[in-house]
Design a protein around this ligand. Structure first.
Ligand SMILES: C[S@@+](CC[C@H](N)C(=O)[O-])C[C@H]1O[C@@H](n2cnc3c(N)ncnc32)[C@H](O)[C@@H]1O
Length: 259
């Protein structure tokens, strides 16, 4: 299969490779047959994208994002969900309640690549669009509640780009939740040593100590919650437990905002 990537799009191979390798393990904590199938079809060695800490982090975040979205869908079963910067992620079947309207959105070249391995499904469609402008949102159906998911995306944005993205979301969706992965100033500074991302040309953008820093960029947002991936990671391995202590303020977090 012929897949071509830009520098940030290439990072989408990291969670894909990790979910594929976890699925192949006995006692897999998450199962993603589609990821396994795509990696097998690619037929390339992606082991450099699957070192221990990134592996544990991606498993933790996959579980935490899934559980958070399921909780929101219990409250708003008819919500419109947008997986913004979806890469190769296949969250829809993990959370589908039979009613949700789901859109997998990414940059046009990434959606073109995604279309080689995914098809549109009933209530789950792909759409090219950028987190930095809102024209594409005009193609979405109107919904009483919108849930925007950004997993592994804003880490690559400058502060100015994060502001543009937050302003766009509040302008284009009358009501919504944002479920977003945040990273630390430490990673912003030392990201070139990241165990998986250093194998790509991508660089980390603006890191935050707290999601509350977003409120200054977009006053319409309300800050609801924030949890370190350590909370999930420390449950499984000694390495995860140790990292949750030494990397207490370093690991990425899942934050939820509302407007
Ligand atoms: C590390 S990948 C994460 C993919 C997916 N969310 C996951 O967790 O598997 C980063 C993704 O962000 C996308 N991305 C980068 N800039 C973007 C933008 N301005 N708008 C939408 N997506 C963007 C990339 O194309 C890539 O698919």
């Amino acid at each position: 299969m012929d897949l071509k990537f830009g520098d940030v799009q290439e990072t989408a191979l990291i969670p894909l490779a990790i979910k594929a390798s976890e699925t192949a393990r006995p006692n897999a904590r998450i199962k993603d047959q589609k990821a396994k199938e795509i990696i097998e079809t690619l037929g390339v060695d992606v082991s450099k994208y699957d070192p221990f800490l990134s592996h544990e982090g991606v498993i933790a975040r996959t579980i935490m994002f899934r559980d958070q979205i399921k909780m929101l869908l219990m409250k708003y079963p008819n919500a419109l969900c947008v997986n913004l910067g979806c890469g190769f992620d296949d969250k829809f079947p993990q959370v589908d309640n039979g009613m949700v309207q789901w859109y997998d959105v990414d940059l046009p070249d990434q959606i073109a690549v995604r279309r080689k391995v995914y098809s549109d499904r009933p209530r789950c469609k792909m759409l090219p669009g950028s987190a930095l402008e809102g024209e594409w949102t005009k193609q979405l159906p109107k919904a009483d509640m919108n849930i925007i998911i950004m997993e592994g995306v804003v880490e690559y944005f400058s502060k100015e780009q994060v502001k543009t993205c937050l302003n766009m979301l509040c302008d284009c969706f009358p009501r919504g939740y944002l479920v977003v992965e945040l990273h630390s100033p430490f990673l912003e500074k030392h990201g070139k040593h990241h165990d998986a991302v250093r194998h790509t040309n991508a660089t980390f953008g603006w890191g935050t100590k707290s999601g509350r820093e977003y409120l200054a960029l977009e006053p319409r947002l309300k800050y609801l919650s924030e949890h370190s991936f350590n909370e999930e990671m420390k449950k499984y391995t000694l390495g995860g437990k140790i990292f949750s202590v030494i990397g207490r303020n370093i690991n990425n977090r899942i934050a939820v905002f509302k407007w």
